[in-house]
Every structure is written in C-alpha cells, then in structure tokens.
Design a protein around this ligand. Structure first.
Ligand code: PSU
Ligand code: MN
Length: 305
C-alpha cells in the first residue's frame, strides 16, 4: 500500500529522523481559495509549520501516486490546474486508478496521512452537516472519517454555513472527541464563538497529544477534532457574517447547487460578498491552526522518545 506514496525529500528526511510532521490538505488550495492567494497561503502555512518546529506535508494525488509533501513546482502547478478532482473517501481510489490529479479534502487527507504514519493534520474548517440536511441528506464525509481514522485534525471549528448543532450531534454519534482549545465555546470558523459549548476543552498541546495517544492505547479507531478559535484580531463578528451567509445560501438554493459543489460555491460567494474579508480571516485561522498543529506534533514526537 505504501508503494503508492511518494514522499517529498523534506518529508522523507523528517521521517528518517523521527521529526514532528504536520499534514496539510489540498482542497483548500484548489477549491477553497482563489489563485494566487491559494498558493501564497499554502506556502505561508508550510513556513509557519516549519517556524514552529515541525515539517509540513501537503498532500495531493498526481500521476497515479499519493504525494506526501509537494515541491514548490508541484504546489504551483496544483494551484493553477484546471479539472482537479475534489477527493473524499469515495473518490480517492478512482482518482489514483485513472491517473488524474486530485486535491484531498479533510476526509481524504486523513486517510493519506494515516497511510504515511502522520498523526496530526491542520486545516481551516471541516465539512459538516449542511443546513437543510433533513431533506438534502448533505452530511460531509469528513465526519464519518473522523470516526474511523486515527488522525488529530486541527480546525477552526466548522463553518457557520453549516448546521452546527447537528454537526456536533453527528460527531458525538460517531464517537469523535470534539476539543475546544483554550475556551469552552465551540468556535464557528470566522467567529470565535458559536454559542454552543464544546463537549471537551483542553488548554495545551501536551494534553491533546496525551489524549491522542490514549485513544491508541485503548485501541479506539478514529481521530480527534481540535477546534481552535480564530485569532481575535482576524475574527468577523457573528452578526456581520450571518446575513452574508444567508444570502449565499439562498443563492445556492436558487441556482440548484448540490453535492460537492456546495462548499466551494458558498466560500466563493462569501468571499465576494465580504469584499475579500472572509479570505483574510480564513488565511489567519489556517496559520493559527498550523501553529497549534506543529505544537501537538512536537508533543507527540517527544512522547515517543
Ligand atoms: N473549509 C474551508 N475551506 C475548504 C474546505 C473546508 O474553510 O476548502 C474543504 C475541506 O477540504 C473540507 C471540504 O474537507 O471543504 C468539505 O467539503 P464537503 O462539504 O463537500 O464535504
Ligand atoms: Mn456534501
């Protein structure tokens, strides 16, 4: 199985030395942000992971291989490529078999990270239960993956475009620990607070690393969701972002946007409707998650010595 993996020279060296590694996804690059901010952000996030003592491994599928860590040229090509598949658990094998280019969502990045022996993954926000899921049945495969694959995912909670109470309910059903970092409230991506209390709270990377290890000791499958609030100075207040979200959701409904297209459509419309402010916030929270991800990966690497 690992014959399908291609490690970048940087990641290969880190593995050989037993250094801390943080996985990063690629759907945020191809479907989550416009060019050139997508590539600039991906580079900045990688640099932030390095600056905090870990090695970044951006994951994507190209030429029938799962790439764990991308070279500068590969990242650049991916950021401008057309026709890139958005890969979740359902699409990963098909993309590899057909030799197509694919960007990994949270779910697919978790699968690839686990294959590569990487325990920590930092991103922006996870997919979740969409509003109106009681009729659309639109529930992101990210939630099921968190219940199955032993990777700790650092995100700024789930986007307020989703139904957050239902998202928390599904995570609970799937046995996923949802850990708010440094506060009681479950964060709502662009806003620090959702008004919903997170099931668990931890205040240090060491605690999160210890909980990750304890799950392995217990033989429990599945990962952890670490919900890290956006930095204060980058936050968009709930009463500012909510009307924008309502507008974007209404447009998606009118235009019949469905399935995989929903999340990219909403992100793009909210970007336009906020004159780019949502993107500035998005970049700040991903950087913040990269820092916490690096700290957790370092704590895990120390604990195995
Ligand atoms: N959150 C973001 N930007 C993104 C995504 C989430 O802020 O680009 C992507 C992630 O890759 C996530 C995916 O896994 O959207 C969820 O898509 P869906 O809702 O179709 O499952
Ligand atoms: Mn969906």
């Amino acid at each position: 199985m690992t014959a399908l993996l291609t490690f970048s020279p940087e990641v290969a060296a880190a593995r050989a030395e037993g250094r801390a590694i943080v996985a990063l996804e690629s759907t945020i690059i191809t479907h989550g942000m416009p060019f050139p901010q997508n590539v600039e952000t991906a580079r900045a996030v990688e640099a932030e992971v390095r600056a905090h003592g870990a090695v970044p491994a951006t994951i994507a599928v190209m030429g029938g291989r799962i790439h764990i860590g991308l070279t500068d040229a590969q990242l650049d090509a991916l950021g401008q490529a057309q026709d890139v598949m958005k890969l979740s658990r359902a699409d990963l094998a098909a993309c590899l078999a057909l030799g197509r280019t694919g960007a990994t969502t949270v779910a697919a990045t978790m699968i690839c990270a686990e294959l590569a022996g990487i325990a920590v993954f930092a991103t922006g926000g996870i997919g979740g239960v969409h509003r109106g899921a009681e009729t659309s049945f639109d529930i992101s495969a990210d939630l099921a993956e968190l219940g199955e694959t032993a990777v700790t995912v650092v995100a700024a909670g789930a986007k307020a475009i989703l139904d957050l109470p239902k998202t928390l309910e599904v995570l609970e059903t799937r046995g996923v620990p949802v850990i708010a970092y440094g506060q009681d409230d479950f964060p709502a991506f662009w806003s620090r607070a959702s008004g919903l209390k997170a099931p668990l709270r931890m205040d240090s990377a060491a605690e999160i690393a210890a909980a990750h290890k304890m799950r392995a000791t217990l033989g429990l499958p599945g990962g952890q969701l670490v919900a890290n609030p956006i930095p204060q100075d980058a936050e968009i207040a709930r009463d500012v972002i909510n009307p924008v979200i309502e507008t974007a959701l209404a447009e998606a409904q009118t235009q019949g946007i469905a399935a995989k297209a929903v999340t990219p459509f909403l992100l793009q419309r909210i970007f336009e409707l906020t004159d780019g402010r949502s993107l500035t916030s998005n970049i700040a929270l991903v950087m913040n998650n990269a820092r916490l991800g690096a700290a957790i990966a370092r704590a895990l690497a120390e604990r195995t010595l």
